[in-house]
Design a protein around this ligand. Structure first.
Ligand SMILES: [Zn+2]
Ligand SMILES: [Zn+2]
Length: 135
């Protein structure tokens, strides 16, 4: 992985290009999630996100939103259906999907959540939590 300067920006967006984002600085944390909602919205065995402070992320383009839990909001591109980002309205953070960044290899997950729904063929290489992260 490249080392990042604190004011370096990373960009990404949806598959069709209608939604774009730019994040400045380092993510707060980087995680994988095996919960049933992440599995389904990504149509993939897990979701993976780089989590930035709300203020560090600029976005352009329209998204549609649905409420996935009491505080959880899932945003997606209404044109192509790609996951745009997710957030917990109580946290002041934006979860940007790792697969949406323009460059590969920028961020490596540090932990995995909801391992009770984890595919058994995945290798064990980082801390796993049965459900949510315990601080
Ligand atoms: Zn799109
Ligand atoms: Zn999840």
């Amino acid at each position: 992985m490249k080392s990042l300067l604190t004011n370096e920006t990373v960009e990404g967006g949806c598959a069709c290009g209608a939604f774009r984002f730019r994040a400045t600085g380092q993510p707060i944390r980087i995680g994988m999630c095996h919960c049933m909602t992440c599995r389904r919205v990504h149509g993939a065995p897990f979701g993976a996100y780089a989590i930035f402070p709300r203020d560090a992320v600029e976005m352009s383009g329209r998204v549609q939103t649905w409420q996935s839990s009491e505080a959880g909001r899932r945003h997606f591109c209404p044109v192509c259906g790609s996951v745009a980002y997710m957030e917990f309205v109580t946290h002041g953070e934006i979860d940007l999907p790792l697969g949406a960044f323009d460059d590969t290899g920028r961020f490596e997950p540090q932990y995995e959540l909801w391992s009770k729904h984890r595919e058994p063929w995945l290798p064990h290489v980082r801390p796993e939590y049965e459900e949510e992260r315990t601080r």
